[in-house]
Design a protein around this ligand. Structure first.
Ligand SMILES: [Zn+2]
Length: 264
């Protein structure tokens, strides 16, 4: 069985297809997903999805770096209250993004520091997004008191940072995006991740693999979450292990990181 360590099933792009998508997960051996909210407007929808499918979906709530500029003055109060009231909610998606136009990295750092504090204060795992801001993220992780273990989702950072990131508590998830030929180096870096820190994710509806991997799913206007069943084959081949071993390894790591019950 497989666990999708990072997706966004609350995204409106799934539209009316969402119930069918959720029903199809089990047929593709997907036993659980961590569903990440990205802004104040979608946190409640993530919690509601968890309540509708408590065995299948776990909620995470955070402020994505693309959404920091439009946050309200009460965002931190709202997120803190949500964590107080919902002990099963982990923290994310949050992080740093130097790739978006007009990125205000200082402001993003201020917001990320608040997520670090929540992760420590409430002892919840954290899911971090990082694009073109790896030196800044490493500096922040070095400068903050120890955090509970955290996930660097769709990890595209430099290979030489992997050992130190591991010492700081990082886990790493593999997405289909790295199967694009231009992402060859990031793909190869997944050979270097310690086996107890390795996870699988789709980031659906984003981060689609090349069309050739999508098969029957190609007609969809979004990255379909069942693509996870193809990604495990690719990661297994890259790591030179068999599919079942790769599925068990990544699922066990996600169960441990997100504190899911051992058998669902
Ligand atoms: Zn995401």
């Amino acid at each position: 069985m497989l666990i999708d360590a990072h997706n966004h099933l609350q995204d409106s792009r799934f539209g009316e297809d969402l119930p069918t998508i959720i029903d199809s997960l089990a047929q593709h051996q997907i036993e659980h997903c961590i569903v990440n909210g990205t802004c104040e407007d979608d946190w409640q929808r993530v919690i509601d999805l968890h309540h509708q499918h408590p065995m299948l979906l776990s909620p995470a709530c955070g402020l994505h770096p693309w959404k920091t500029a439009t946050r309200s003055t009460r965002w931190l109060e709202k997120l803190t209250d949500l964590l107080e009231r919902n002990p099963h909610v982990s923290i994310g998606e949050c992080g740093l993004d130097g790739w978006i136009r007009d990125a205000d990295l200082q402001d993003q750092c201020d917001v990320l520091v608040s997520h670090f504090a929540l992760s420590r204060n409430y002892d919840r795992p954290l899911t971090i997004h990082c694009l073109k801001a790896w030196p800044q993220l490493l500096e922040m992780l070095r400068g903050t008191p120890p955090l509970p273990p955290f996930l660097l989702h769709s990890f595209g950072g430099p290979a030489q940072m992997i050992p130190e990131l591991c010492r700081l508590g990082a886990h790493f998830s593999f997405s289909g995006y790295f199967l694009h030929p231009r992402k060859h180096q990031a793909l190869q870096n997944f050979r270097l991740i310690p086996h107890d820190r390795l996870h699988l994710e789709t980031d659906a509806p984003d981060m689609a693999p090349p069309l050739s991997y999508q098969g029957i799913l190609v007609h969809h206007a979004y990255n379909h979450p069942v693509i996870l069943a193809r990604l495990v084959d690719e990661l297994a081949a890259l790591r030179n292990i068999n599919r079942d071993e790769c599925a068990a390894l990544t699922s066990n790591n996600s169960r441990r990181l997100f504190r899911l019950s051992p058998l669902r």
